[in-house]
Design a protein around this ligand. Structure first.
Ligand SMILES: Cc1ncc(C[n+]2csc(CCOP(=O)(O)OP(=O)(O)O)c2C)c(N)n1
Ligand code: SF4
Length: 305
C-alpha cells in the first residue's frame, strides 16, 4: 500500500468512527424505530423537521410515552407513525381521525395524536375532520401542509394556493382553496395554530400546548416538498422554500383566521389563532346523561379499562 493510500484509509476510518459516535449520541434515537432507518423522505423535505419537533415536544410536555398513540393516514406524512417507537397506527387514506376517535373512546386515558398530510386530513378525510372538531373529540391533530398530494405524484389538493402549479394543474390551480385555520375554527376546534418548518421553536411550543390541552386541537405546519411542489413553483431546493417561509411569514398574536389564506407571493400569517374552552365530547356526554338520567347514570370510563 502506498503512503497516500494508508493516509486515506486512516481518514476514512476516523470519519466512520465519528459518524458512528454521532449516531450513538443522537438523543432522539430511543424514541424512533431505528430499525426502519433510512427513512423514505427526500432531502429537503420538511416532514422530518416536524417529527423532530414533535418528539422534543413530547419530552417537554412530560407526557408518558407509554400513554401516547400516534395515528397517521396515507401519504408521505402518513409514514410518520411508522418511525415512532410507540403504539402507532398507519391507517387507510383519510381515516386517521375516525380510527383515533375509536382509540380515544375505548381508552380515554390515552393521549391520541393524529399526524398526517393535508390531502389525507382535509380531502378524503375532510368529513371526519369536520365532525371530530364539531364534537370536540380530545384529539391532537398535526397537519403537515405541503400544498399537494405528494406521495402520489404532486396532484393539486384542497390546500393548493390559487395560481400555483401542481402535476394536475400545469397552467395553475384556479379553484377556491381551503384556509385550514378558518375551516377548523368554524367547525369548533378549541386550539388552532400555524407555523412553518422554519419556525422550529414555535412549532415545538405549539405542540406542547396542544398536548396539554383537552379537546380538539389543530396545528398546521407549512412544509416544503422540494421534489413535487417546490421545483414546479420556482423553489429549486428545500432551502429555497424555507427562505421564502422566513421572508414571507408574519407572526401575529391572536390573528384573525380569515387572514390565514395563502396567496402566492404574499405574507404567510403564522401564530396561534384560537385558544378557547369547550367541553370535550366525553365530558359533554357525561354532563348530559347525568342531568337526564341522574343517579342511574354511571360516568363513562372507557370500554377497555
Ligand atoms: C382510498 C385511497 N385513495 C387514494 C389513495 C392514493 N393516495 C395515497 S397518498 C395520497 C395523498 C396524500 O397526500 P397528503 O395527505 O397531502 O400527504 P403527503 O404525501 O403530501 O404528505 C393519495 C391520494 C389511497 N392510498 N387510498
Ligand atoms: S415527495 Fe415531497 S413530501 Fe414526499 S418525502 Fe419527498 S419532499 Fe417530502
Amino acid at each position: 500500500m502506498t503512503d497516500s493510500a494508508v493516509v486515506e484509509e486512516k481518514i476514512a476510518g476516523e470519519v466512520c468512527a465519528a459518524a458512528e459516535d454521532a449516531r450513538l449520541t443522537n438523543e432522539l434515537e430511543p424514541y424512533l424505530r431505528m430499525d426502519r432507518i433510512p427513512h423514505i423522505w427526500c432531502s429537503g423535505c420538511g416532514i422530518g423537521t416536524a417529527v423532530n419537533a414533535f418528539v422534543r415536544a413530547v419530552i417537554d410536555s412530560k407526557i408518558e410515552w407509554k400513554k401516547l398513540c400516534v395515528v397517521s393516514g396515507i401519504g408521505c406524512t402518513g409514514r410518520v407513525a411508522g418511525y415512532l417507537k410507540l403504539d402507532s397506527f398507519h391507517t387507510t387514506h383519510g381515516r386517521a381521525i375516525p380510527f383515533a376517535t375509536g382509540l380515544k373512546l375505548a381508552n380515554p386515558q390515552l393521549n391520541v395524536v393524529v399526524f398526517s398530510g393535508d390531502g389525507d386530513l382535509t380531502a378524503i378525510g375532510g368529513n371526519h375532520l369536520v365532525h371530530a372538531a364539531r364534537r370536540n373529540i380530545d384529539l391532537k391533530v398535526i397537519c403537515v401542509n405541503n400544498f399537494i398530494y405528494s406521495m402520489t405524484g404532486g396532484q393539486a389538493a384542497p390546500t393548493t394556493p390559487k395560481g400555483t402549479i401542481a402535476s394536475t394543474t400545469p397552467y395553475g390551480f384556479f379553484e377556491n382553496q381551503l384556509n385550514l385555520p378558518q375551516f377548523v375554527e368554524a367547525c369548533g376546534a378549541v386550539y388552532v395554530a400555524r407555523w412553518t418548518t422554519f419556525h422550529v421553536r414555535q412549532m415545538r411550543k405549539a405542540m406542547v400546548e396542544c398536548l396539554n390541552k383537552k379537546g380538539f386541537t389543530f396545528l398546521e405546519i407549512i412544509s416544503p416538498c422540494p421534489t413535487l411542489y417546490g421545483r414546479r413553483n420556482n423553489y429549486r431546493a428545500g432551502l429555497d422554500e424555507m427562505k421564502m417561509f422566513k421572508e414571507k411569514s408574519e407572526i401575529k398574536k391572536d390573528a384573525d383566521v380569515r387572514d390565514a389564506v395563502m396567496i402566492p407571493g404574499e405574507k404567510i400569517v403564522v401564530g396561534k389563532f384560537i385558544d378557547r374552552e369547550r367541553p370535550s365530547f366525553l365530558d359533554a356526554m357525561d354532563e348530559h346523561y347525568r342531568e337526564v338520567l341522574k343517579d342511574a347514570y354511571h360516568p363513562y370510563t372507557g370500554a377497555m379499562i
